[in-house]
Design a protein around this ligand. Structure first.
Ligand code: UD1
Ligand code: CA
Length: 459
């Protein structure tokens, strides 16, 4: 039986942020969510999260985040353990004592700020621990620059004797490049006995979880193959470095699955995004949140798509799309903005400088130039003339515009909502339409042109 405990109580002072460190985001997920997800391949009986600094935010974020449970409904519920004062990682784990009374299994402890761990790595750690029936097994790595990490010291049989924090190391000890990743598997009945022994006799005057290894045997170290996995985040620079590594991973994975990227270094993709083979991503394209893009679509250059569904063979050029849907074979941009549940049908064109907000557009409808359509429903084969605007807001409330199939609006039309234009309507250019228009009509809603022959300005 394995329980996991995630250390997420610290503020993360070095982040210089009011937001708890573990709630900073990397590739569309919070650090703590990533750490939780990295345990996916292990069969877990309990999930404990130790919270402290702004604990309500951490809880809210994890519980509000359906993704974690939705992706694996068999997971046990999250249990939050309060560490009201943050007196160190050992003190944090001491808070588990009442919760794990009588528990006889293993406890996998993870720092909440180690977001790049692979689930296979954790699986391997746990398996090694169980095979050897160790008291503790920890992940280690040889870092080219170990500064800031605890150093792991071993005896002649390669078993761990001690972990010394960077700031407590003597100069010769600092030469040891084998570091503690902050990921441990403990046999709980052993750890339980040792936890009350911890003393805060170190540079930070904190209770260190790492000191427990001094009182335990056998403690084994398992080196990770790829040290990038165990990089911990303590400041914004670390956040940027790990973000680069994560992006590389995500992009390599999509390219292996048949996605073309032009200038991949300029592209960013959250790992919540789904792409099909034969998608082409052009430079400066950013895909975020729950976005899905189907085969044959070409996105970018210069586009941002978040929480949106893009069908097959769609092109999106220099545009921003959020919380919206674009169906097959449609063209968006250049310079279009779709937001607030815009839905574009198949074979449509949403062109230059067009904004759609909560507008549903039927198949083969075009909105090609300089328009704002908000809170609108358009039928099929509608043609929206350049500069058509829905006046949907009266200063207090938003109102709806409905436009029937095959209707055409002339350039510079204003549709004052609430309003319904029927099917096969033609709106004369420059009209300000304030009343509903039935099917098959021409509507002219502007002052008639006046010409005065021979008229001259009086001197
Ligand atoms: C810790 C390890 C160090 C290791 C490094 C790996 C200790 C004493 N040191 O150092 O050996 O190389 O991680 O990244 O464990 N936290 C709490 N309550 C507390 C203190 C911290 O929940 O009272 C949480 C933090 O929110 C964080 C994690 O524990 O998620 C690690 O704390 P941090 O202060 O970053 O430890 P490091 O100094 O990085
Ligand atoms: Ca850390």
């Amino acid at each position: 039986m394995i329980a996991i405990a995630i250390l997420a109580a610290g503020r993360g002072t070095r982040m210089k942020s009011d937001l708890p460190k573990v709630l900073h985001e990397l590739g569309g997920r919070t650090l703590v969510e990533r750490v939780l997800n990295s345990c996916q391949e292990i069969e877990i009986s309990r999930r404990l999260v130790i919270v402290g600094y702004r604990s309500e935010l951490v809880k809210e974020s994890l519980l509000g985040n359906q993704k974690i449970t939705a992706e694996n409904p068999e997971l046990p519920p999250l249990e939050f353990v309060e560490q009201t004062e943050q007196l160190g990682t050992g003190h944090a784990i001491q808070q588990l004592l009442p919760y794990l009374k009588g528990f006889t299994g293993d406890l996998l402890v993870l720092n909440g700020d180690v977001p790049l761990l692979r689930s296979q790595t954790l699986k391997h750690l746990v398996e090694t621990h169980q095979q050897h029936q160790n008291s503790a097994t920890l992940l280690t790595a040889n870092l080219p620059n170990p500064q800031g990490y605890g150093r792991v010291f071993t005896d002649s049989q390669n078993l761990v004797t001690e972990i010394i924090e960077d700031r407590d190391c003597t100069t010769p000890q600092k030469q040891n490049c084998r570091i503690n990743a902050g990921v441990y598997c403990f046999h709980w009945p052993h750890l339980e006995k040792v936890l009350p022994e911890l003393k805060a006799d170190n540079n930070q005057k904190e209770y260190y979880l790492t000191d427990t290894v001094k009182y335990m045997s056998i403690v084994m170290a398992v080196d990770v193959e790829d040290y990038q996995e165990i990089l911990g985040i303590n400041d914004r620079k670390h956040l940027a470095t790990t973000s680069d590594i994560l992006q590389q991973r995500i992009k390599d994975q999509w390219m292996a699955r048949g996605v073309t990227m032009i200038d991949p270094n300029s592209i960013t993709i959250d790992d919540t995004v789904e792409l099909q083979a034969n998608v082409v991503l052009e430079p400066q394209t950013h895909l975020r949140g729950k976005t899905a893009i189907a085969s044959g679509s070409r996105i970018g250059p210069g586009s941002l798509i978040e929480n949106s569904q893009i069908g097959e063979n769609v092109t999106v050029l220099y545009s921003v799309i959020s919380d919206s849907i674009v169906s097959n074979n449609s063209r968006v941009g250049p310079y279009a903005h779709l937001r607030g549940h815009a839905e574009v049908g198949a074979n449509c064109r949403v062109g230059n400088f067009v904004e759609l907000k909560n507008a549903q557009i039927g198949d083969r409808t075009n909105v090609a130039h300089l328009s704002y359509l908000g809170d609108a429903t358009l039928g099929e084969k509608v043609n929206i003339g350049a500069g058509t605007i829905t006046a949907n807001y009266d200063g207090v409330n938003k109102h709806k515009t409905t436009i029937g199939d095959r209707t055409k609006t002339g350039s510079n039309t204003v549709l004052v909502a609430p309003i319904i234009l029927g099917e096969d309507v033609t709106v004369a250019a420059g009209s300000v339409v304030t009343e509903d228009v039935p099917n098959d009509c021409l509507v002219v809603a502007r002052a008639r042109q006046v010409i005065k022959h021979g008229w001259k300005l009086k001197k």
